[in-house]
Design a protein around this ligand. Structure first.
Ligand SMILES: [Mg+2]
Length: 388
């Protein structure tokens, strides 16, 4: 199964006005993604996603260029089965022979950032391809599903103090037993974030899992104040309290509270996650397969979570492709217990693919379709493809 072509498409689709929301990223009016397509001489194609942003909106031009101008020439003619070898080849560049001979990295300069995002899309497409070639879901290639079903949590929660309870209860009425709400600078003050969380907990009662996400926008003192103000709200986790650039600061926030601290969606490679774990910044690890380095690297992070006895909760805010990559990793990982399910306006999750993505009664079933089990809707791709 030799690789004959590697393509990347930047798609930008408007979010319908009634589904737009205001968050720490501002008002999101569009959803962007990069669809990576790896074609082989068998006619089989694999699909993956590469991200230029952790949120919905981001310019993907650099990723497209990196995939088509830098990575494609390295891959054409290679055997698509050799996923790890290809990962090491891209990551180590001209020195990959040293890397594979000596068992350690000799990385290219683009060992973090959008080069790794681009690699993520390619790597995920290769896993998709291999699953299709063997007629099994990706999770089967990763060791098999650890469970039949997993709970999903509803990821949303942008409403103000007066409406947040109603908004989150709307998710609960769809069957979700866990919900995530946004806090942070979008609230203008820490006190307002605290008020919103307290209102949410009051409306939800004791038994629904409640998570909060500040998208890295608080300062260390603000994050500590927030934790103190909601310490009795039984939060399941507090996500990205402060900037991902401040690892020791995240550890300081964690040391100040009993609330579990989650992060990882803004990190590149298992090396970044290892450093976060080593400074004791994390309780919950959240790799995004479209950012961290693909399914290969997300599984390396899953093994780190296992070894350090941390919870794994893949970041699944993106298109159907990164969602299903996260789902396959979560099912394969003993350390994962819950899957993120976007309740925002997300055409990339529902209109980009022919399959129907859903959580039934708040649960997701173990994948069974070959590869990632997704077929692009090519009319959608044609309509929303951006010219670079
Ligand atoms: Mg987040």
């Amino acid at each position: 199964m030799k690789i004959t072509n590697v393509e990347a498409f930047w798609l930008r689709c408007p979010i319908p006005k009634e589904k737009q929301h205001f968050s720490d990223y501002g008002l999101l009016t569009d959803f962007d993604m990069t669809l990576v397509v790896v074609t082989t001489d068998t006619g089989l194609q694999g699909f993956g996603e590469a991200k230029a942003a952790v949120g919905s909106s981001g310019v993907c031009a650099s990723i497209v260029t990196c995939v088509e101008k830098e990575i494609k020439p390295l891959l054409v003619g290679k055997d698509a089965h050799h996923i790890t070898r290809i990962w090491e080849h891209i990551y180590n560049g001209t020195r990959d022979h040293y890397a594979l001979k000596r068992g350690r990295k000799f990385p290219i300069l683009g060992r973090r950032g959008l080069t790794i995002s681009a690699m993520s899309g390619v790597d995920t497409a290769l896993w998709d391809l291999k699953g299709k070639a063997l007629g099994v879901p990706v999770v089967q290639l990763l060791g098999g599903a650890c469970r039949e079903k997993m709970p999903a949590y509803a990821s949303g929660g942008w409403a103000g103090t007066d409406k947040i309870g109603e908004q989150l209860l709307g998710y609960v009425s769809k069957g979700f037993q866990g919900v995530k709400m946004r806090v942070g600078v979008m609230d203008e003050s820490v006190q307002e974030s605290i008020r919103r969380v307290r209102a949410a907990r009051e409306a939800l009662g004791e038994n629904i899992k409640l998570m909060t996400d500040a998208h890295g926008t608080f300062s260390v003192p603000e994050a500590k104040q927030f934790c103190r103000g909601v310490e009795d709200c039984n939060l399941y986790w507090f996500e990205e309290p402060i900037s991902p650039d401040n690892r020791h600061g995240t550890a300081e926030v964690k040391a100040s509270t009993a609330i579990p601290i989650a992060a990882g969606e803004s990190e590149y490679t298992a090396f970044d996650v290892r450093d976060l774990i080593e400074v004791r910044a994390l309780d919950v690890v959240q790799p995004d397969s479209a950012i961290i380095g693909g399914i290969t690297e997300a599984m390396r992070v899953a093994h780190l979570a296992h070894a350090y006895q941390l919870e794994l909760a893949p970041h699944c805010w993106g298109s159907a492709f990164s969602f299903m990559a996260g789902v396959n990793v979560a099912f394969a990982a003993p350390a994962a217990t819950i899957i993120e399910f976007s309740l925002g306006g997300n055409p990339m999750m529902y209109d980009l693919v022919q399959e129907k993505i859903q959580a039934v009664d708040g649960m997701i079933e173990a994948p069974t379709a070959p590869g990632l089990g997704l077929t692009p809707n090519w009319d959608f791709v044609k309509e929303f493809k951006q010219t670079i």
